[in-house]
Every structure is written in C-alpha cells, then in structure tokens.
Design a protein around this ligand. Structure first.
Ligand SMILES: *Cc1c(COP(=O)(O)O)cnc(C)c1O
Length: 220
C-alpha cells in the first residue's frame, strides 16, 4: 500500500497548470491531516463545520480550509473567521448568512455556487435557472462581504465515463457563459470539479480545483 505522501505526490505530478488539489479530510483524525501537511499539502476540504473548526484550531495556521458539504445557516458563524472558500452555496439565503457572519469579522468570504449536474436525486445544488437568479439578483449587490468566484459540481456516481465527462463539460460551459455576469462581486475563475474516481476526466474538462479524499487517505 502506498503512503499518503506518495499518493499526494502522484496527484500533484499529474496536475494541469491551472488545477490545484484540495485534500478531502472529512472523518480523518488530526494526525492524518498533519501527515498530509508534512507532505506539502496545505489545502483541506471538510463537509461538517464543527469537525472542520476543531481541526482548524488544532492544526497549523497556514492551512486553507475549504467547506465542501451542504451547510445549515446556523453553522456558518463557526467557520466565518477562517474559511478560505465555501464550495457549497446552494441558496440565496445561505449567501446572505455567510455575508452577515463575514461582516462581523470584517472579511470578504469567497464562495462558489454549487450546481446540480448529476442524474441522482440525492445531490444538492442549484439548477442553471436558480444560479442565474442569484447572479442577477439586485439584492446581491447589498452583500458586500461575499464574492462569487466560480462554480462547483459533482458528477453522477457511475462507471459511465462518457456520462461523467458530459456532466463536467456541461458545468464548464455554464462557467464560461456565466463570465458575462462578472462584476466587482462576481468573478468566474474557479471551477471545482473532480473527486477520487473522476478527477482526471474533470481536469481534462477544465477543472481548477479537484477535491480528492479516498485516493489519498483510503476509504472512509
Ligand atoms: C467526500 C467528498 C469528496 C471526496 O470524495 P472522494 O471520492 O473520497 O475523493 C469530494 N467532494 C465532496 C463534495 C465530498 O463530499
């Protein structure tokens, strides 16, 4: 079995110039994160706010913390002081709450809109229409403490590589289209797509952030 350092190295070697790795560390204990950190990985993705906050408090302060999981508004306050990027914004209400808590810390919090691209019913995310509604909402201009930096999506959990590729391609195309909304608050520059099973396809289709867990750390 290969080590965490070897797995990270293998991914890093294959990264495209525009793509960065986020190591998904959910459910893994702090020692394991420290091992990844010592192997040079400084970007971690978590899906639960309390778990991420406990790890943030315990670990070195030059780590970037990425929230990749579905969020309840009442948890936003715990991560507002430090979160680097929220990948999973799926409502205007959530964006408003992030803005409110960011303002308390005099921060601007970077966010991605999570878009639903998979076939499954279970995955969270906005439709294209809902995303446009947020991007064009006059009320967005009042939220001075958030910035929308791009889109996130999860492909279907399937062996059908063509289906996965088409879903990623659709998201990339939406990302390009949405650049027409760029302004002081919206800057389409990050495309978060690709996990352990499909990050190579995602990179071929233009991902800038891959979120990889089990390939690095083993199964959860
Ligand atoms: C868990 C998770 C990942 C990582 O999944 P792996 O298959 O372990 O690489 C990526 N993105 C999100 C949103 C996740 O919840």
């Amino acid at each position: 079995m290969s080590s965490i350092a070897e797995n990270i190295d293998q991914i890093e070697k294959g990264l495209k110039q525009e793509t960065r790795l986020i190591a998904v560390t959910k459910t893994k204990p702090e020692e394991v994160l420290l091992e990844a950190y010592q192997a040079g990985c400084k970007r971690f993705g978590e899906n639960k706010v309390q778990e991420m906050t406990a790890k943030y408090e315990a670990l070195p302060k030059d780590i970037e913390w990425h929230m990749i999981g579905h969020l309840q508004t009442n948890k936003v306050k715990y991560m507002a002081p430090y979160v680097a990027l929220v990948h999973s914004v799926d409502s205007f209400k959530l964006l408003k709450e992030i803005n409110k808590e960011a303002a308390k810390h005099k921060r601007v919090i970077n966010c991605l809109l999570q878009i639903f691209i998979a076939r499954e019913e279970t995955k969270f995310g906005l439709s294209e229409e809902e995303a446009i509604e947020i991007l064009t909402s006059p009320a967005l201009k009042t939220l001075q403490n958030v910035r929308i930096l791009g889109l996130m999506g999860m492909a279907s959990n399937t062996n059908d590589q063509n289906m996965i590729r088409n879903e990623f391609r659709g998201l990339k195309s939406l990302f390009e289209t949405f650049k027409k909304y760029n302004n002081e608050q919206i800057s389409m520059q990050e495309l978060s797509m690709g996990m352990s099973a499909d990050y190579n396809i995602a990179m071929e289709e233009g991902s800038t952030l891959i979120r990889v867990g089990s390939f690095i750390f083993g199964s959860r």
